[in-house]
Design a protein around this ligand. Structure first.
Ligand SMILES: *[C@@H]1O[C@H](CO)[C@@H](O)[C@H](O)[C@H]1NC(C)=O
Ligand SMILES: *[C@@H]1O[C@H](CO)[C@@H](O)[C@H](O)[C@H]1NC(C)=O
Ligand SMILES: *[C@@H]1O[C@H](CO)[C@@H](O)[C@H](O)[C@H]1NC(C)=O
Ligand SMILES: *[C@@H]1O[C@H](CO)[C@@H](O)[C@H](O)[C@H]1NC(C)=O
Ligand SMILES: *[C@@H]1O[C@H](CO)[C@@H](O)[C@H](O)[C@H]1NC(C)=O
Ligand SMILES: *[C@@H]1O[C@H](CO)[C@@H](O)[C@H](O)[C@H]1NC(C)=O
Ligand SMILES: *[C@@H]1O[C@H](CO)[C@@H](O)[C@H](O)[C@H]1NC(C)=O
Length: 481
């Protein structure tokens, strides 16, 4: 208690000094952005951190992952579908956006599309799952997203370039004009080896999305707004740039996974990665499968959100039309574990100093205020050769931590190329990129008075850090990940 009081007194003193000088010093402007920078929609997306995915459709009733397209619509008969209960799952995970598979590769449409007979309209269910989903999401204050599979194994127009692209465009229009705001839309290049040849008119599709809903984030291997991370494990590269050259990526083409996983420090397009992974082994519900254990979900979180990505977590509703209670419970457990780890910041109350700062509004202490829009900025001349540093002098040096959180103010571009963390002079962690959020798990909990973060950003202007946090993860410490 005594040391906390001393620390608070120190904080007040530092505050007093800064504000008395700020009274007569003009505030310097923020540094120039380093291009490319995110759009407003991309920034909103990045701050979501966790998004839910719901794979539900014909496959749910046929125990498959890829349907053939010849399924009888009468098989689709959820006994008590309740999309509000799906939102219980989304809220359990703390997600602010939920994406629905409106049509998978089997071509069966979960809404009564005017352009095909192969939909809920021909099933005993008769309702409109897209409507129930978007209404349920909106009622909970959750944003809605849509996945519409390009590969369609049912429709006879598939393989006829103009006819199929017209069909796909018409369905995009139905989904983007009939169901309110759609915050993210998913396109992929998944296709069986023997699939009929078909050229998708991605450029036309993307521009149609822009015309109908300009703030929707468009996901595909190549963006334009959000890119695939290159695997379905939910793991980004330890180096992970939000930037790529879109011209180097062909949607659906094999061999680009490493580029997608790591990004490109010289990339000219801001297209941050999304890590899609299912809570169960399959994307669709299967009676024989169960949710991943908590430690595995935490591992996924550290390797996705903790590596500058957004986690897109799938929870498949079952054949009754409900997410299994056990899966909802696991999501709740996951969220509670994240709160246990991250709701206490063991850096709080520290006194911060740095190799330099740009002046009032850009001081080192901004990394401790819990805000994304304030940041520490060093001077332009500092650190070009030897890197920059920021140091926290802790109030309670005896309180051990095993997670270090570093965040960049990416609104002005992603800059950090290398970084290293020292506790009382001893190196405990290091890495390359930081981005929106970088989490380091230490081999074991460490205590100490000073935590210093050293960063290099040679080619990309001075680094701008919005947060440095210290946390104790009791789950990883107790288990073996
Ligand atoms: C649907 O789920 C919601 C949320 O769990 C619940 O409040 C509601 O009672 C359910 N509706 C029906 C008809 O079971
Ligand atoms: C692909 O086509 C070949 C030749 O027709 C066939 O032998 C093979 O089983 C097919 N593979 C799949 C996955 O359908
Ligand atoms: C698809 O088209 C390519 C190039 O035109 C050709 O090489 C390939 O054999 C075709 N595949 C099928 C399944 O028809
Ligand atoms: C991406 O484009 C930039 C600018 O044209 C170029 O300097 C860079 O080398 C490209 N990246 C790759 C991996 O080719
Ligand atoms: C569960 O059943 C499905 C369909 O029969 C099968 O594809 C999948 O591999 C099974 N999963 C496990 C974990 O055994
Ligand atoms: C689906 O999940 C609900 C909630 O756990 C459960 O009551 C129902 O029996 C499940 N349906 C099937 C087919 O397993
Ligand atoms: C960087 O971290 C790795 C793994 O934690 C460690 O083996 C290595 O010694 C560290 N390097 C430096 C320079 O601290």
């Amino acid at each position: 208690m005594g040391s906390v009081l001393i620390c608070l007194a120190a904080l007040v003193t530092v505050d007093g000094l800064v504000s008395s000088s700020a009274a007569w010093l003009a505030t310097p402007p923020p540094p120039l952005p380093v291009l490319p920078i995110p759009s407003a929609s991309q920034l909103r997306w990045q701050r979501r951190e966790i998004i839910m995915f719901f794979h539900f459709g014909m496959n749910t009733f046929t125990d498959s992952e890829w349907g053939t397209g010849s399924e009888d619509p009468s098989l689709f008969r959820p006994a008590s579908l309740n999309a509000s209960q799906w939102m219980d799952a989304a809220q359990a995970a703390g997600a602010s956006l939920a994406i629905l598979v409106a049509k998978h590769h089997d071509g069966f449409c979960l809404w009564p599309s005017a352009y095909t007979a192969h939909s809920v309209r021909a099933s005993p269910f008769r309702g409109d799952v897209v409507r129930e989903f978007t209404d349920a999401a909106r009622a909970r204050g959750i944003d809605a997203g849509i996945y519409l599979s390009p590969w369609d194994r049912h429709d006879a127009r598939y393989g006829k370039e103009t006819a199929y692209n017209e069909y796909y465009e018409a369905q995009l229009r139905e989904l983007l004009t009939g169901y309110g705001s759609v915050s993210e839309i998913w396109f992929d290049g998944a296709k069986g080896k023997n699939a009929t040849n078909m050229t998708y008119h991605f450029s036309e599709w993307f521009q149609t999305v822009r015309q109908l809903q300009p703030s929707t984030n468009i996901f595909s291997d190549a963006g334009p707004d959000v890119r695939w991370v290159g695997d379905e494990k939910g793991f980004a590269g330890t180096t992970c740039w939000s930037t790529v050259n879109r011209s180097m990526i062909t949607i659906g083409e094999a061999g680009i996974e490493t580029y997608l996983n790591q990004g490109d420090p010289r990339g000219t397009d801001w297209v941050p990665p999304e890590c899609d992974v299912s809570i169960r082994p399959g994307w669709f519900w299967h009676r024989n499968e169960t949710a991943k254990p908590l430690l595995q979900l935490l591992e996924i979180y550290y390797n996705s959100v903790g590596r500058n990505c957004v986690l897109l977590l799938n929870a498949p509703p079952n054949a009754t039309g409900l997410v299994a209670d056990a899966d909802v419970a696991r999501l709740r457990e996951f969220r509670a574990a994240l709160a246990t780890i991250f709701n206490t910041d063991l850096a709080a109350g520290s006194v911060a100093r740095a190799s330099s700062d740009r002046g009032p509004r850009f001081e080192a202490r901004n990394v401790l205020d819990g805000r994304d829009d304030t940041f520490w900025a060093p001077t332009a001349d500092d650190g070009r050769r030897n890197g920059y540093w920021i140091e926290l002098r802790r109030c309670s040096p005896e309180r051990a931590f095993n997670v270090v959180r570093i965040q960049e103010h990416v609104a002005l571009g992603q800059r950090v190329e290398r970084h290293q963390v020292f506790v009382d002079g001893v190196p405990v962690a290091n890495g390359t990129t930081v981005g929106h959020k970088r989490l380091h798990r230490l081999a074991q909990p460490v205590a100490g008075r000073t935590v210093r973060v050293w960063v290099a950003a040679a080619g990309r202007g001075p680094p701008l850090l919005s947060a440095v946090g210290l946390h104790l993860d009791p789950f990883v410490a107790a288990g073996t990940v």
